[in-house]
Design a protein around this ligand. Structure first.
Ligand code: FAD
Length: 479
């Protein structure tokens, strides 16, 4: 089916037939059926925005999330939300612009009211990279996301797994979900896959590839840390980087982002610390909105095969948890301010930087991103790149995410949003970032609701209707 993508470390979909692998040979006769206009699979970074956008359009919308709360990787993996702004610092004379707005900004506004974010803070120590860091309190983010979904009237199914799909020809008829109520079939006119792993698309027989081009990770919160003492030690040892100052515990001008450049050259950190951190694959850039707390300390682990392999994932989950405690021990032993630190939070399961990549009608290329290309069906614009300053968008501008990049190939009524689009590694290093995923989610949810109300397939949707609705809902577009 996907012979053209036969490359090492890639696995193509071999699913055939009308029902997904999970549902294969399953007798769905007599299964309890619920009817919706739109079903969103996965209530993470993109899925929350998709569900809110769809429900606010008036569509009867269900959100199916396997964990007990919404949020996904934005509350479990990322150090901060990157980025609402263009990368302007490296380009003298270029104006700083907030290029992602809409629902992605609305949740920050809600978090600001309850002390759940630092707001948009500029980093002060690097002149040309990572210009704006928006850090969040992970627990308040979950709560505010939940409230937004509830207020919008979304039928919220947490602790519910998308387990299969039922198709009629190339049309997705329904999603098989599994909860303690048993198995149910959620029918809808249009569906959005926001599962990060692309479960719904894969179960629907869509083409995908698995590049396995990133380590997996579990990101922990370390508490009981004296941030000021730690910062002074790092500064003395020429190891403090990525500093951003903003609101922390309600006070302005506090350190809210700090990089320990333990693996870089030129610092005088103890060799035992540096060697240990290197061996464990621990990432040392963290953010916080609270005193005494490092919100995200990442422990990375490179799996030999894709993180869709259950048995290999089980091994990785154990190794990473062991390495988290080894990392904590290094902190306590070598870093002043961390003597009495403890692990206050871990992610419930390992975080992926990419699982399956779903083949859509258009695949955003590295040139599209770096040249700042726009399309005649842009649904958002974006200006951040994770590999800046090595890779940046031309002249500190933006590129467009076209609607066709969200339309799952060969399926009539399935959209995809989030880290699961974009096969090219360096293009993905831009499109996978949280704020880009949120924007894609809003657009996909809006489009799905419009398709449902107009009773059309994803490809028949009138772009000017979509654009008008997105702009009305605060999305920033150029041109
Ligand atoms: C370690 C790490 C660090 C990162 N650092 C940053 C950073 O500093 N800044 C930044 O901007 N970005 C960062 N990123 C990238 C960014 O966080 C992610 O790419 C983005 O959050 C992905 O959003 P998503 O909506 O695609 O997936 P997710 O937010 O992961 O959402 C997927 C949701 O689907 C649910 N789900 C999955 N399968 C099923 C199923 N079968 N049934 C029901 N529900 C299901 C999951 O539980 C989850 O809630 C980082 C990523 C990782 C992994």
């Amino acid at each position: 089916m996907l012979a053209a993508f036969a490359m090492p470390h890639m696995r193509s979909n071999s699913v055939s037939g009308q029902v997904s692998p999970a549902g294969m040979n399953e007798n769905i006769k007599g299964i309890h059926v619920r009817d919706f206009d739109v079903v969103i699979a996965g209530g993470g970074t993109a899925g929350v925005m998709a569900a809110v956008a769809s429900a606010r359009q008036g569509a009867k919308t269900a959100l199916v999330e396997s964990k007990g709360y919404p949020g996904g990787t934005v509350v479990e993996g990322g150090t901060a939300l990157h980025s609402y702004f263009n990368l302007w610092k490296a380009f003298p004379g270029v104006e700083k612009r907030q290029v992602v707005r809409g629902l992605a900004q609305e949740i920050i506004d809600r978090l600001l009211v309850v002390g759940g974010t630092t707001g948009h803070a500029d980093t002060t120590t690097r002149i040309n990279y990572d210009d704006v860091c928006t850090a969040i309190d992970t627990e308040l983010y979950k709560l505010k996301a939940f409230e937004m979904l509830s207020e919008a009237g979304v039928f919220i199914c947490v602790n519910t797994l998308v387990a299969g799909a039922v198709l009629k020809g190339s049309k997705l008829e329904g999603v098989i979900v599994q909860s303690r109520l048993g198995r149910e079939l959620f029918k809808a006119r249009c569906f959005v896959d926001c599962t990060a792993y692309g479960d719904l698309s894969a179960y629907s027989g869509a083409e995908f590839i698995e590049l396995n081009d990133h380590p997996v990770c579990n990101s922990m919160g370390i508490a009981n840390v004296q941030i000021g003492k730690l910062y002074e030690f790092l500064k003395t040892n020429h190891a403090a980087g990525d500093i951003a100052l903003d609101l922390r515990t309600g006070r302005e001008g506090q350190i809210i982002r700090m990089g320990m450049e333990g693996t870089g050259s030129g610092n005088t950190l103890p060799p035992g610390f540096i060697d240990g951190i290197r061996q464990l694959g621990s990432g040392l850039i963290t953010t916080t909105v609270h005193d005494n707390y490092l919100m995200f300390i990442k422990v990375n682990y490179k799996m030999d095969i894709s993180p869709t392999n259950r048995d290999e994932v089980a091994k990785a989950e154990l190794i990473i948890r062991q390495n988290q405690y080894k990392t904590l021990e290094l902190f306590k032993q070598y870093l002043p301010g961390c003597e009495n630190a403890f692990i206050a939070r871990t992610s419930p399961s390992l975080n992926i930087r990419r699982g399956r990549t779903i083949i859509c009608d258009y695949d955003i290329t590295s040139e599209d991103v770096l040249e700042g290309r726009h399309f005649n069906d842009d649904i958002m614009v974006y200006g951040f790149h994770d590999e800046a300053p090595r890779l940046q968008i031309k002249n500190g501008g933006t590129y467009g995410i076209p609607y066709k990049a969200l339309v799952v190939k060969n399926i009539e009524n399935l959209l995809a949003a989030g880290m699961l689009i974009t096969t090219n590694h360096s293009a993905h290093m831009s499109t996978r970032n949280t704020v880009c995923c949120m924007g894609q989610g809003q657009a996909a949810g809006t489009a799905a609701a419009l398709c449902a109300s107009k009773k059309c397939g994803a490809r028949e949707l009138n772009y000017s209707d979509l654009r008008k609705n997105l702009v009305n809902d605060g999305v920033y577009l150029e041109g």
